[in-house]
Structure formats: structure tokens, C-alpha cells
Design a protein around this ligand. Structure first.
Ligand code: CP3
Length: 344
């Protein structure tokens, strides 16, 4: 087997600790960067930017050029899958995503089972442009949303504070809800495989709303669909490297890791250090988990928080990241401060 061209990031996912952990940030291409805001303004809408291969590639590369991160994540969104399934998906400035709600069994009956991946051709093209432009030592991350999280937006038609409508639908109409999940599982497998074929080195599955589910529902709607996606991807690409991000999973992280087969788990800032080291990092690599709010704060609070994350996790297999996406108001100088502190 030829050695993976994308060290040190991929090496951590293969189980090799790095003396200086690889670093990237969730949402690293985004509104905190003036060069992003400039491209975003000329692209038109958010989806127009996602579906313009040259511009999507450009904003993917911006944080790599500026900060020298160890991984680039393709600029796209988890809601491109409902879009490719023929659902209406819009992004309202300042309001977030708007979809046609899929909140009863009759509507679910009209849901397409096969996405039109031709609509996502620009994403695959952007991946191949980025892979061609990146140095061999920098990993390119492809991604999708976990079925549960994508379903919370599809059911409610927008973001919700507690995902109540999806949770209620899963209790009231479990068969119809399972159909949404099944469609998302099948199409996410195909989507992730196409991203690997287009140049992605690593995949991340974002389950932003995993933490609102009671344990039995977490197992059924978050863990099991994620397990099926990973099994489906590895049926075609046995050594596919996959990071899971079941945000808020807390005490259920060990069972998530065990059941899904992820190579790494991304943890939020509430994770309990000793628990994660003993029960999670002992099995897979850990990614995280600086609080995005301390990155806004900066100063000695930021130094202390970075040191704390490093002291907690850097003795094992570790990728330095935030516990969730970087916030638009974060000063660039604080990102630079964080990087100096991590890399020494
Ligand atoms: O990380 C990266 O830099 C890659 C790009 C990326 C985006 N969205 C770009 C984006 C990734 C990996 C995502 C994932 C995503 N999208 C998630 C899971 C991760 C998470 O942050 O929880 C979710 C839940 C979504 C859905 C979504 N997209 C929402 C709720 C919103 C609105 C909120 C917001 O931040 O504006 C989006 C829009 C979105 N996706 C933006 C970006 C850069 C902002 C749009 C803009 O520039 O106007």
C-alpha cells in the first residue's frame, strides 16, 4: 500500500499520535474572514456560492492560506442532500435555512428516494479543484449531515431550539420518520463515496442535534443510521477514514464510538476530560474541543483554555479543533494566537 499523502492529519486517524497535533476549525471558511465576505458578496446567495466550483474552492482554500491549517473542509452545507432530493431549500440572510416542511406521513409519501447527484456536480468539481491546489501534507475533508440532524431541518422546515417537531414526529409516526432517515442513509452513502472519488481524503458526519435525544432514541435515530452510512461507505472503500460529531452525546460517546466504527470522534466543550481520555481516546482519535466563545474572548483566558485542552488530550491521538463552529465575530488575531499556542 502506498503511504497516505496527507499526513499528519490522516496519520492520527490511522492511530498514530502526533507530537504537535494537527489543527483545523469547524466552519473555518466563513464570515469571520474579510476575504470570505468579499467572495460571498459577489457570489449572490449562499447556495450560489456552494454551487460555484471556482468560488467554493477559493473560500475552502482561504483559511489554509491564511493560517496553514492541517486540513481543509470543502465549502458546502449539510442541506444540499435535501436539495438534491428535490426539496425546496433556501437560506435567508440572518435567518438561516428554510425548507418545505415534511411533517406528516402523507408528505413523506411524496419524498423522492433517489437524489439527483447531477445537482451536486459543482461540489465534486470544487473538491477536485481544492485537492489539486493543496499540498500533499494537507488533508481534504468531505462531509455530510447525520440523518437525524438533516431530518430535524427537513421536518420543521427551519432550525429549531429543541428539535421538538422532529422528536414529536419520530414518536407519533415512527414509520414515516424512519422512511426519511432511510432515504438520507442511502443517499448519504452515495454522496460520501462521490466525495471520496472527487478527492476527499477524510469524511466527517455532523450530528449537531444528537444531544437532544433520550438514550433509546439516540441509539435508533443517531447511532444506527450513522453506523449504516459508515458500513455502506466501507463496503466500497474499506479504509475510508471517518470522523463522527455527535454533539452533546456526553455519556453516550463510548457506545457511539463502539457501534458506529468511526476513526475519530469530535467532542464539544462540555465533555468531561477523564471520561473522554479513558473511555473514548483509548479506542479512537479525539478531535476538539475549545469553546468557540473563549476564542472570541482572547487574552489570557484563551491561552489558559488552549493549554487546558492540550494538557487534557495531546498525550493521545488528537486533532485540535473547536467544540463547534467558529463564530462570525471572532477576531482573526485570536485564531493566530490559538495556533501559536498549539504549535509552540
Ligand atoms: O466548516 C466549514 O467551513 C465548511 C462549510 C460548512 C457550512 N455548513 C457552511 C455554512 C459546514 C461543514 C456546514 C455544516 C452545517 N450546516 C451544519 C452542521 C455543523 C454545525 O455547524 O452545526 C448545520 C447544522 C448546517 C445548517 C446550516 N447552514 C445552518 C443552520 C445555517 C445558518 C446558520 C449560520 O451560521 O448562518 C447554515 C448556513 C451556513 N453554512 C453558513 C456557512 C458558512 C453561513 C451562510 C452565509 O455565509 O451567509
Amino acid at each position: 500500500m502506498p503511504q497516505s499523502p496527507t499526513k499528519p492529519f490522516s496519520d492520527v486517524l490511522s492511530g498514530e499520535r502526533q507530537a504537535i497535533p494537527p489543527v483545523w476549525m469547524m466552519r473555518q471558511a466563513g464570515r469571520y474572514l474579510p476575504e470570505y465576505r468579499e467572495v460571498r458578496a459577489k457570489a449572490g446567495g449562499f447556495l450560489d456560492l456552494c454551487f460555484n466550483p471556482e468560488l467554493a474552492a477559493e473560500v475552502t482554500l482561504q483559511p489554509i492560506r491564511r493560517f496553514g491549517f492541517d486540513a481543509a473542509i470543502i465549502f458546502s452545507d449539510i442541506l444540499v442532500i435535501p436539495y438534491a432530493l428535490g426539496r425546496s431549500v433556501r437560506f435567508e440572510v440572518g435567518e438561516g435555512p428554510r425548507l418545505e416542511p415534511l411533517d406528516d406521513p402523507a408528505k413523506v409519501g411524496t419524498l423522492a428516494t433517489q437524489a439527483d447527484f447531477g445537482k451536486l456536480a459543482p461540489v465534486f468539481e470544487a473538491l477536485s479543484i481544492v485537492r489539486g491546489a493543496l499540498g500533499a501534507e494537507i488533508a481534504l475533508i468531505g462531509f455530510c449531515g447525520a440523518p437525524w440532524t438533516v431530518a430535524t431541518y427537513m421536518v420543521a422546515g427551519h432550525g429549531t431550539p429543541d428539535q421538538a417537531r422532529a422528536r414529536m414526529m419520530a414518536y407519533r409516526h415512527p414509520e414515516a420518520f424512519a422512511k426519511i432517515i432511510d432515504v438520507l442513509v442511502d443517499n448519504s452513502i452515495e454522496y460520501l463515496l462521490a466525495q471520496l472519488a472527487a478527492g476527499a481524503d477524510v469524511l466527517q458526519i455532523f450530528d449537531t442535534w444528537a444531544g437532544v435525544l433520550p438514550p433509546a432514541e439516540f441509539a435508533r435515530w443517531s447511532v444506527e443510521p450513522t453506523r449504516r452510512i459508515i458500513e455502506g461507505v466501507r463496503a466500497k472503500v474499506p479504509d475510508a477514514k471517518i470522523i463522527g460529531f455527535p454533539r452533546g452525546a456526553g455519556a453516550q460517546l463510548p457506545s457511539y464510538v463502539e457501534a458506529t466504527g468511526v476513526n475519530a470522534v469530535s467532542i464539544d466543550w462540555t465533555a468531561e476530560p477523564a471520561f473522554i481520555r479513558e473511555r473514548v481516546q483509548s479506542r479512537v482519535a479525539v478531535q476538539g474541543n475549545l469553546d468557540p466563545l473563549v476564542l472570541i474572548t482572547g487574552g489570557t483566558a484563551l491561552d489558559r483554555a488552549v493549554d487546558n485542552v492540550m494538557a487534557t488530550f495531546a498525550q493521545g491521538r488528537f486533532i485540535f479543533n473547536l467544540g463547534h463552529g467558529i463564530q462570525p465575530e471572532t477576531p482573526i488575531a485570536h485564531v493566530e494566537q490559538m495556533l501559536r499556542r498549539v504549535r509552540g
